[in-house]
Design a protein around this ligand. Sequence first.
Ligand code: HEM
Length: 134
Amino acid sequence: MSAVTERQIVALVDAFYAKVRRDEVLAPVFERAIAPEAWPVHLAKMYDFWSSVMLATGRYKGNPLAVHMRLAGIEPAMFVRWLALFRATAEELFPGELAASFREKSERIAESLKLGLFYRPALNGWNLAPRSPN
Ligand code: HEM
């Protein structure tokens, strides 16, 4: 399979967050965290992130778990929705094999974010309540 191009990553990220911003469940979390004029910065960060994930360019230097820890109102069930929108967007834009490779990466990363955010060994399991920021 030929590698994804940076231009394809930009198209995917732009189309995905356009959907997110119209999604009744996800949009409020993003609206609380990202001012309208700050969206270009968020999108640029996400181009770097996916470039690092898919092409190992190392352009993204952040800490996604720490950033999501600070988000008010994020809930485990929201990941199902996030992943479904991401998968649908990738399938709209890319041939099957490339779309599948984005889906696999997104699901793996979501799993690790969910563990970090919600798994509480001291409770013997998952804390399913919406997070309040700490
Ligand atoms: C319930 C699902 C999710 C919600 C509601 C959510 C929400 C957000 C929000 C609001 C931000 C911006 C935070 C800020 O700038 O203050 C953000 C950043 C980010 N998200 Fe998510 N996210 C979700 C899942 C994911 C998943 C599954 C991934 C990766 C596959 C991901 C990757 C990122 C990255 C890389 C950033 C940038 C972090 C940084 O600033 O370095 N998110 N997310």
